[in-house]
Design a protein around this ligand. Structure first.
Ligand SMILES: C[S@@+](CC[C@H](N)C(=O)[O-])C[C@H]1O[C@@H](n2cnc3c(N)ncnc32)[C@H](O)[C@@H]1O
Length: 244
């Protein structure tokens, strides 16, 4: 259970369950990020927990210098194939958020679509934020796209079912010890697979306080990919921009 993220994101099924998290969804968020941070083509961008590379590949296709890293070899393979097919530079690395280090520095670090809060304690969850502070150039940005705790708690759907690519996907959700636990059951013909997600629920205040302690300054906050103002109760997302 502690290492749930290795099994789940290492499986071929993650991309089926989150099929709606596609290139269009990625482009929308990146347009908001590019508008707010305004990087030049000489700037270096790090996509932390890049998954199958949908954000990295868009940025590379626009001429930015991007490195993406992730723990899942399955998703990185997809990222590399996709980059090759789209004729964009392929800079994907396999590494753990808790252990990664680079010699080079970056001007923008992005951590998108709830790729935060997976580990067993705050020390591990914020380890990469500490690392990022030293990986960023002065005035560099860190962008965190994370769930909005209050909205999630008020709108939790206990159980839902969907059909995708010939699979029945049943998702059961509950909150235990300040974590959102999702059990995912995937049925395909006679085959059945089970996975778990377990994400620590942090409030905006808790995240900001830890980033500030590390040395970051909060600069902008949005509540969805359209760039709507953040509202603690009603926003679907918590999108935080910090500056070094
Ligand atoms: C919800 S997905 C988001 C992927 C990508 N950012 C996107 O939006 O498509 C979370 C990602 O975090 C990665 N991940 C989980 N634990 C990790 C770790 N310890 N180190 C690096 N990446 C990790 C997973 O493999 C997965 O690709």
């Amino acid at each position: 259970m502690e290492n749930w993220f290795k099994d789940w994101f290492g499986s071929e099924e993650y991309l089926n369950v989150y099929k709606h998290r596609n290139d269009e969804d990625a482009t929308k968020l990146l347009e908001l990020i590019l508008k707010q941070t305004n990087p030049t083509k000489q700037n270096h961008i790090l996509d932390a927990a890049c998954g199958a590379g949908r954000h990295s590949i868009y940025l590379a296709s626009k001429g930015f210098k991007v490195v993406g890293f992730d723990l899942s070899k399955t998703l990185l393979l997809k990222a590399k194939e996709d980059a090759k097919n789209r004729l964009v530079e392929n800079n994907f690395v396999c590494a753990d958020l808790r252990e990664i280090y680079f010699r080079k520095k970056f001007d923008l670090i992005i951590n998108l679509f709830t790729s935060f809060g997976y580990f067993k304690n705050d020390k591990e969850n914020f380890k990469f934020i500490n690392t990022s502070f030293s990986l960023l150039n002065e005035n560099g940005f860190y962008v965190l796209d994370y769930l909005n705790k209050n909205f999630l708690l008020a709108n939790l759907t206990g159980e839902s079912e969907k059909e995708i690519n010939g699979r029945t996907i049943i998702e059961k959700r509950k909150v235990i010890n300040n974590r959102i636990i999702k059990e995912i059951q995937i049925k395909k013909g006679p085959e059945e697979q089970h996975f778990v997600e377990s994400v620590r629920l942090y409030s905006k205040a808790e995240i900001e306080s830890e980033f500030k302690r590390i040395g970051f300054t909060p600069v902008f906050v949005f509540g969805d990919y359209d760039g709507t103002n953040y509202d603690e109760q009603n926003s679907t997302r918590l999108i935080l921009f910090f500056k070094k």
